[in-house]
Ligand binder design. Structure first.
Ligand code: AMP
Ligand code: GLY
Length: 422
């Protein structure tokens, strides 16, 4: 079959890498793609936020199946457009993607279906929000309601921080995303990510992971899109996964179906685990980046079969073939990230690295110039390895990192520390 993947990051490189290994995949196109993706698939430059453009491209290229990577095209309704055109699609409708696009919508769904989450209140102006913070005390969490590229969340340890965050959000720092502000109870515990495919009715867990959001070793410095990840997440024991399915994920899927907006795609539940129980931090309507890289490294070619079963509403007929393995990815970023960084520095040494079912450098933000690979983004490479133990995976990933010659880049040296310390 002919398959189109939308997106251009490490997540989409990992999706393409897994899909390409499946014999069902004949032609693979990634739009817009990047320099790493171009080594295994065709890349096409098109406006992936415009449903009509994507449908037109699918028709011209006889695309049988579309996999939508990032949240922006989902929130823009690209999955609605492709489904309406009769094209098999992996990714939720715009109405279902509100589980990521609006934090207050997610809270309403949790309230309607009884899913455990932090206590919360919604505000449309600063003064009542500030009164609420003064009444509740700290720590407290202040969130811009809409999509803010992962940056609209302030975990405030002091009242002054919380009040300043409220002023910033209503002052327009996050644009339209901050027109409404959600203030939440601070949840203690350990965070982990739980990935579940939903075809609207049936649900199938496809893996757990933990990422590292802070830029610096020891979880210090500013927040980023994620500096590394590993799978599985030991904190998400079988018992806690079962509880999360029964109390959070399945009730959400049933509530979305009941409202006439069934959830079809991957539901990424960010969970806080405390005293043996999970509560929901947030939903995302896509695979995590870089979590997808470790999930795909573990699932391999079967990822395509699972996504197809999801799109064809027959998730009850498939199962995941798990290996007893671990995967870990280290993000190499351009110096300065997540602040200002330079583009265009040259990366050497990639050709000599192993590329097989246990080792892969996924490209997140690269371009090709005169036959050389150059950095073209903040997060640039996802150096990923798999092993029988997490330690083995970690050592293999860092051995690859050390063989990459890129003076313009840096990475955290402690990915996996929490799980390895246990
Ligand atoms: P979100 O974008 O909602 O995932 O929030 C980003 C990060 O902020 C989460 O991954 C958590 O680390 C933290 N966070 C969000 N909400 C809470 C909460 N209610 N309690 C504690 N930490 C939170
Ligand atoms: N790594 C976090 C995310 O994809 O949202």
């Amino acid at each position: 079959m002919n398959i189109l993947i939308l997106g251009s990051g490490g997540r989409e490189h990992a999706l393409a890498w897994a899909v390409k290994q499946n014999p069902k995949c004949d032609r693979l196109i990634v739009a817009p793609g990047n320099a790493g993706i171009a080594m295994l698939a065709e890349c096409a430059d098109l406006n992936i936020l415009d449903g009509a453009t994507v449908v037109g491209f699918c028709e011209e290229n006889a695309i049988d199946f579309v996999i939508i990577g990032p949240e922006a095209p989902l929130a823009a309704g690209v999955a609605d457009a492709t489904r309406a055109a009769g094209i098999l699609t992996f990714g939720p409708s715009a109405a279902a993607a509100r589980l990521e696009a609006s934090k207050s919508f997610t809270k309403e769904i949790c309230a309607a279906c009884g899913a455990p989450t932090a206590a919360w209140a919604r505000f449309t102006s600063a003064e009542p929000a500030k009164d609420h913070v003064r009444a509740q005390g700290t720590p407290i969490v202040v969130k811009a309601d809409g999509l803010a590229a992962g940056k609209g969340v302030i975990v405030a340890m002091t009242e002054a921080e919380a009040l300043a965050a409220i002023d910033d959000m209503f002052g327009g720092e996050f644009g339209a995303a901050g027109a409404e502000v959600v203030i939440e109870e601070f949840m203690h515990g350990e965070e982990a990510s739980f990935f579940v495919l939903s075809d609207g009715t049936h649900a199938l867990p496809v893996g757990t992971a933990q990422d590292h959001k802070r830029v610096g070793d020891g979880d210090t410095g500013p927040n980023t899109g994620g500096m590394g990840a590993y799978s599985p997440a030991p904190v998400l024991t079988d018992a806690i996964q079962k509880q999360a399915m029964e109390e959070i994920v399945l009730p959400t899927i049933r509530e979305m179906a009941r409202r006439g907006t069934p959830y079809e795609g991957v539901l990424y539940a960010g969970l806080m685990i405390d005293q043996g129980r999970a509560r929901l931090v947030e939903y995302n309507c896509r695979f995590g980046d870089p979590e997808c890289q470790v999930l795909m490294m573990r699932l391999g070619a079967q990822a395509l079969d699972l996504m197809l079963a999801c799109a064809e509403h027959r998730l009850d007929e498939v199962r995941v073939n798990w290996a007893d393995d671990h995967a870990l990815t280290v993000v190499m970023a351009a110096r300065g990230y997540p602040g200002a960084y330079a583009k265009g520095s040259q990366i050497r040494g990639l050709e000599e690295l192993p590329e097989d079912s246990r080792h892969m450098v996924f490209h997140a933000g690269t371009a090709a110039r005169d036959g050389q690979i150059i950095a073209a983004g903040g997060r640039v490479l996802n150096v990923t390895a798999r092993g029988g133990t997490l330690r083995e995976a970690r050592d293999a990933a860092y051995a690859m990192v050390d063989a990459i010659d890129w003076p313009g880049g840096f990475c955290r040296r402690d990915i996996g520390w929490r799980a390895l310390a246990e």
